[in-house]
Unconditional design. Structure first.
Length: 262
């Protein structure tokens, strides 16, 4: 689905189904240097089971134009503008990593627009090492290689994909390599700079789910504890033997968690 948001072209994958104003909507928000394709299974499922699905490409990512947004708050506000462009008044939001931070900020800043909130692989704060930031700033390929390796649990770095013949690490690496220069650095800086996570969590009033991966090296489960403690009535699911790229490693388990919640 092609949209115009703030005068720039934007893309949202709808699971091959046209939006129906009578149906509830689920929006999906990807992480750093990724795009809507990380949500293919989950978005298609909801689009074919009574929901509108909007898996966005954030500005500067995938098929969306404009520059990558430099802060978590800016992404949160952009999501509301994207809802307006799609004709959606209210949606449940599912976000992963940087997308989880932006979804959390959106629910705190625009509570009337968010029905339910699902945070996958969040952390507060979401600190990024100086070495990784430096590699990303220099557009050094090692930045993509490090993230791809750290995002996949050790047991699935060779094999382990639910789709025969597909390589989890290689797929993630190629997806990030497609992003324009500078986008990864902008995304990581946004993660690293946001200090409002706990405050935002304390202001969330909608039903909230947190999905963690037990083998996550990028945002370890312990890094989400204070955030979880700050959200009233939160539901928590932990996926065993799974890394940060949980939608790729355990697509069915992620979908089951979202189905049970949404």
């Amino acid at each position: 689905m092609k949209l115009a948001v703030r005068g720039q072209p934007a893309y949202a994958y709808t699971g091959t189904r046209a939006l129906d104003p009578a149906r509830p909507t689920v929006a999906f928000v990807h992480g750093a240097a990724h795009d809507h394709s990380v949500w293919l299974l989950q978005s298609r499922y909801f689009a074919n089971h009574g929901r509108n699905a909007l898996a966005f490409d954030l500005p500067g990512h995938g098929r969306s134009g404009g520059a990558a947004l430099a802060s978590v708050e800016a992404i949160a506000d952009w999501l509301v503008d994207a809802f307006d462009a799609a004709g959606v008044r209210r949606a449940s939001i599912v976000g992963h990593s940087l997308g989880a931070l932006a979804s959390l900020a959106c629910a705190a800043r625009h509570p009337a627009r968010v029905e339910k909130l699902a945070l996958l692989g969040p952390a507060a704060p979401m600190e990024v090492s100086e070495g990784l930031l430096a590699a990303a700033k220099a557009d050094d390929p090692v930045a993509f290689e490090l993230i791809s390796g750290w995002s996949t649990s050790y047991g699935k770095q060779l094999g382990g994909n639910t789709v025969p013949g597909m390589w989890l690490v290689g797929n993630d690496l190629r997806l990030m390599q497609r992003t324009p220069p500078g986008v990864l650095h902008t995304d990581l800086c946004a993660c690293n700079a946001w200090t409002g996570g706990l405050d935002a969590a304390s202001r969330v009033r909608c039903p909230t789910l947190v999905v963690m991966a037990a083998r996550d090296l990028m945002t370890p489960p312990r890094a989400a504890k204070s955030l979880i403690d700050a959200i009233a009535g939160v539901r928590v699911v932990t996926l065993p033997e799974t890394g940060h790229a949980m939608m790729a490693e355990q697509p069915d388990a992620v979908l089951d968690a979202l189905r049970g919640f949404l």
